[in-house]
Design a protein around this ligand. Structure first.
Ligand SMILES: Cc1cc2nc3c(=O)[nH]c(=O)nc-3n(C[C@H](O)[C@H](O)[C@H](O)COP(=O)(O)O)c2cc1C
Length: 192
């Protein structure tokens, strides 16, 4: 190892790799609805657009996602940092987190998933792809994105625009242990 390097505890390996946008996973089934924070989500295919998200088997969200066969990923902006952290600290099994935090959600256009737009930069409505082994062994749920929308103040023409005027909508990136970082600016690179 070179002089500037030190070993990283393997329990912290994920922190090196994953500081993409923290999402709010929303779900609904059988008259119940819920929302939780998730840092571990990723795209896995362009066409059809597919994603994967880790949803722990203890989470109430997992129960609703399996029952409803769907979920939505809403991308909270910096203004929702405390809310995002809060809904990742306790379960919605015994209380409605939307009501507790005064969160307004509207039904998604294809699957009726609860979509949070106020304070969020974007949402993706997703139909679960059943992969029982991945769900059971790795808590990983795969899904196809069937609808998506974004606030044009920060995402338009297929691109993010992070600038001084849209700070409150800028995405949150969890570094672990309740520490977040915000995007510091855009770097545009072209192939030579
Ligand atoms: C910033 C943050 C990121 C989190 N990321 C994940 C994640 O990727 N997967 C997961 O299963 N839980 C994650 N959690 C924990 C869940 O949000 C937490 O267990 C939540 O209470 C589950 O809620 P529910 O039982 O209402 O579904 C995260 C929590 C926080 C605060």
């Amino acid at each position: 190892m070179s002089a500037n390097y030190r070993a990283v505890r393997l329990e912290h390996a994920s922190r090196l790799l994953n500081h993409g946008p923290t999402v709010l996973v929303t779900s609904a089934a059988a008259g119940r609805r819920n929302v939780m924070a998730a840092a571990w989500s990723m795209p896995v295919e362009f066409v059809p657009p597919r994603v994967a998200v880790v949803i722990d088997k203890q989470a109430f969200t997992r129960e609703l996602v399996l029952a409803g066969g769907a979920f939505a990923l809403c991308l909270p902006g910096i203004a929702l940092a405390e809310l995002t952290y809060a809904v990742g600290q306790y379960s919605g099994r015994t209380q409605d987190k939307f009501a507790r935090h005064g969160l307004h959600a509207r039904p998604g256009p294809v699957l009726g998933m609860p979509l949070i737009e106020s304070g969020c930069a974007a949402w993706l409505e997703c139909r679960l792809i059943r992969e029982p082994h991945a769900e059971q062994a790795y808590d990983t749920c795969f899904a196809e994105v069937v609808a998506a929308a974004a606030d044009t103040r920060i995402f338009s023409d297929g691109r993010w625009h992070f600038d001084a005027g849209n700070g409150e909508l800028q995405t949150l990136h969890h570094l672990g242990g309740g520490q977040f970082v915000r995007p510091g600016g855009t770097l545009v690179v072209t192939a030579s």
